[in-house]
Design a protein. Structure first.
Ligand code: NG1
Length: 409
């Protein structure tokens, strides 16, 4: 069990293996296939959010790290206005044409939609794109809240980009990919996932201001590991509940803005303003707003605690975030609560909380070096007994954001 997913091969081994897969495609370089030139490689990481949950779509602050679970594409450009990709994960080959690509015509309901979404959005933003034929592989667990979709989009954005054409910065490129996911795939996500995958920095988390799409890097303290524990619980309710939470936040903003000029988003509201307007809000809306307003403050406090190496503060901030998501935002679950309970009782676990949208998925823990296996053992020994579900534990590292892979690296 444990790390039930395929592990992380080295960059060089992965480059060789995926290039060989490309070369093994029937007619990989035959005239009929149209592919020519050297095989190119691009990669994009998944991400885990340290803190700042349900703040991105409220123009707030988030603190994710890009992680060493990655989508890779080996490809050769061709002169057709088409993309054809073979998935090593799903074992199928899918394609789409740039001609007539639009949100109205979407709809294979498969992984290729995320590539097509990115192509559509890049073109819609006036960026040139090129067709290619390739092979795609991924070590990002799917559907666990580690942003396999965003990694697929950001890897695609690099494969689609015409070399030499001006490339928008990471934040702008993330916004283009997010728009593709919103409009073409139809998922109403915020910008955090694409941004983290685009802008990641090895050994660092990213403090992203989702109002202005700018970021700063925040070094991870030496001596701490990042551990992701997957609950194995379904996130089925997530899409509708996610959209309901978004509407509740929007209603809170609308009602407060009637009395407070200049309020455009929850980002503009502090605790004092929320309190003096609380009587205008339905009780449930007030709780949702309280979570977001305080969560933004916790993000800044976490950045300070990381810089100071203040482990006690980190523990308290993660605990407060988890409790707020459980009690005020109501997006935790019995499984996520059990996973956090188990983790925080392990000596050497500094901080632990649910991560991502909630309703299942993963927790994130900061763990002293040397205590990772104790956490894994505790989860394996206790979690299944408590929930009947099989957990997975990933010890991850913060890595650089998406880009090309140098051959022979
Ligand atoms: P997950 O469920 O981890 O992919 C979702 C959103 C994020 C953000 C978080 C909550 C999608 C694809 N992503 O993350 O933008 O809003 O919830 O902080 O829906």
């Amino acid at each position: 069990m444990s790390d039930g997913h395929r592990g992380n091969p080295s960059t060089a081994a992965r480059a060789v293996a995926l290039t060989a897969r490309f070369e093994a495609l029937p007619g990989a370089r035959g005239a009929g296939a149209g592919a020519s030139g050297p095989v190119a490689l691009v990669r994009a990481p998944g991400r885990v959010n340290l803190i700042g949950e349900h703040t991105d779509y409220n123009e707030g602050l988030v603190l994710p790290a890009a992680i060493d679970r990655e989508v890779w594409i080996a490809f050769a450009p061709w002169d057709r206005p088409e993309v054809e990709l073979t998935s090593a994960v799903f074992g199928d080959t899918r394609s789409f044409s740039f001609k007539g690509l639009s949100p109205e015509t979407r709809g294979t309901k498969s992984w290729i939609d995320y590539v097509a979404a990115t192509a559509w959005s890049m073109r819609d933003a006036g960026l040139p794109v090129r067709g290619f034929r390739g092979v795609i592989d991924s070590t990002v667990p799917i559907g666990s809240g580690l942003s396999s979709s965003a990694a697929l989009e950001m890897a695609s954005s690099w494969a689609l980009a015409v070399p030499g054409a001006p490339r928008p910065d990471a934040g702008a490129m993330a916004a283009i990919a997010q728009r593709g996911e919103n409009r073409y795939v139809g998922v109403n996500c915020g910008i955090m996932d694409q941004f983290a995958s685009a802008a990641g920095r090895a050994g660092h988390a990213l403090l992203i201001d989702c109002r202005i799409n700018q970021f700063k890097t925040a070094p991870m303290p030496a001596g701490l590991s990042l551990v992701v524990c997957e609950t194995g619980s379904s996130r089925k309710l997530e899409a509708s509940a996610y959209n309901t939470r978004r509407s509740e936040c929007e209603l809170g903003v609308k009602l407060i803005a009637e009395r407070e000029p200049g309020v455009k988003a929850l980002r503009d509201i502090d605790e004092a303003m929320l309190e003096r307007n609380r009587d205008r809000l339905p009780e449930v809306v007030a709780r949702r707003c309280e979570h977001v307003v305080r969560e933004d403050a916790r993000v800044m406090a976490t950045v300070a605690a990381l810089a100071d190496g203040d482990l006690e503060a980190l523990g308290q901030l993660f605990a407060a975030s988890h409790a707020s998501l459980r009690d005020l935002y109501e997006v935790s679950s019995a499984e996520l609560d059990a996973m956090v309970d188990i983790a925080v009782a392990v000596p050497g676990v500094v901080a632990s909380r649910m991560t991502g949208a909630g309703f299942g998925g993963c927790t994130v823990s900061l763990v002293k070096h040397g205590a990772e296996e104790a956490l894994r053992d505790a989860v394996l020994a206790q979690y299944q007994k408590r929930t009947g579900l099989e957990p997975r534990v990933y010890i991850v590292a913060a890595v650089d954001g998406a880009g090309g892979v140098k051959q022979g690296a």
